[in-house]
Write a protein that binds this ligand. Structure first.
Ligand code: BTN
Length: 249
């Protein structure tokens, strides 16, 4: 594994990775914490980070590609994380586009990728991953939407082994991504794991709400949604709700 910095507590591992990047830390540096006091989620949400039974960590990357490519790295991380979870626990998470991992249709892992630019170039790309590993319960507001590997498996999962398998699997896929700069090499595997494939989805947070059947991702990582009129729309950003999951009925 690459250089690992392990802290008992930090505000956010993404923030700490950013601070290290500013001080010249190298690509592949991993920051892990037992607790976060200001864990961040996507779309300005917070990430519940008060359990030493969870994994909270960030991987610092310094890619030379153009910023447009950065969002694809999130999908690389989702697939790599799902496969590492399967290798270590035997559980097979589904992916909710772009990068949530679900077990029993509840969230077990979230990924937040943050891009920092300097003089028009990527200075750092930080992939932050939070996995509910050995929690036995969750606070009221997230209890109905969240699960953990222990809850699903019925016995604890080794956090350190999972972290090591995940970093290996992510960095291997990331290096392959650097050769292609698109997702053709993992499109089929990703689509096989995609929970929304063939199901009705609702895309919000974009100029116009969109409803249709999710077909899978294209090689750019966009979610292809077939609308009622038969036309296919690639979705680049937005919040995708899958019918039947987290209250979308
Ligand atoms: C999501 O909203 O689903 C993304 C959650 C990402 C949480 C992880 S925990 C480690 C890293 N540090 C943070 O502050 N956030 C990410």
């Amino acid at each position: 594994m690459n250089k690992l910095i392990r802290l008992p507590e930090v505000d956010s591992t993404n923030e700490e990775a950013r601070r290290l990047a500013l001080r010249g830390a190298e690509e592949g540096t991993i920051v892990m914490a037992d607790r976060q006091t200001a864990g961040r989620g996507r779309r300005g949400r917070s990430w519940y980070s008060d359990s030493a039974d969870s994994l909270y960590f960030s991987i610092l990357l310094r890619p030379g590609f153009i910023p447009d490519r950065a969002s694809m790295v999130t999908l690389v991380a989702a697939l790599a994380t799902g496969q590492a979870i399967e290798r270590i626990s035997g559980l097979k998470p589904a992916i909710k586009w772009p990068n949530d991992l679900l077990l029993s249709e509840k969230k077990v892992c979230g990924i937040l990728t943050e891009l920092h630019m300097e003089e028009g170039r990527i200075a750092s790309l930080i992939v932050g991953i939070g996995i509910n590993v050995n929690q036995k319960n969750f606070p009221g507001d997230i209890a109905s939407m969240a699960t953990s590997l222990q809850i699903e498996k019925g016995k604890p999962v080794d956090k350190e082994r999972l972290l090591s398998a995940l970093c290996d699997s992510f960095l291997e896929k990331y290096h392959e991504f650097l050769l292609h700069e698109d997702l053709s090499f993992l499109q089929t595997e990703y689509n096989t794991a995609l929970i929304s494939r063939g199901r009705q989805v609702k895309v919000s947070g974009t100029a116009q709400e969109l409803v249709g059947e999710a077909l899978g991702i294209n090689t750019a990582g966009e979610l292809l949604v077939k609308k009622e009129d038969g036309s296919i729309e690639p979705v680049y950003a937005g919040e995708v709700s899958v019918r039947g999951i987290y209250g979308y009925v």
